[in-house]
Design a protein around this ligand. Structure first.
Ligand SMILES: [Mg+2]
Length: 118
């Protein structure tokens, strides 16, 4: 499984990467904002899963999500929104825009496992 981990916080990416790796997933690509993520998605396909932060400079997570869902080339890419506790009310908007699921961060390996169904 290849994962694209998108978050503008280097610290958060490091934490999440450790959690993902502990599930045996080692093919992890990182991006620091939505625009960076679009480029990396395009050049690293097939990507199975995107773990997507909301608030990021340049291009936020929701904008990235909408752009990806407009492109049939990425139909098979699963997208999970990574929210903070305070952002949970925005989840409906993300699901309507094509996110497959959401997870509250920092997530545990078990919580992630459940959300991605592995
Ligand atoms: Mg952020």
């Amino acid at each position: 499984m290849k994962v694209l981990l998108v978050d503008d916080s280097v610290t958060m990416r490091r934490i999440q990467k450790t959690q993902i790796t502990s599930l045996g997933i080692t093919d992890i690509i990182e991006a620091g904002d939505g625009e960076d993520a679009l480029g990396k998605l395009q050049s690293n396909m097939p990507i199975d899963l995107v773990l997507l932060d909301w608030n990021m400079p340049v291009m936020d997570g929701l904008t990235f999500l909408k752009k990806v869902r407009q492109d049939p080339a990425y139909k098979g890419v699963k997208i999970i929104m990574c929210t903070s506790e305070s952002e949970k009310s925005r989840v409906v908007e993300a699901l309507k825009s094509g996110a497959n699921n959401y997870i509250v961060k920092p997530f545990t390996p078990d919580a992630l496992k459940e959300k991605i169904g592995i």
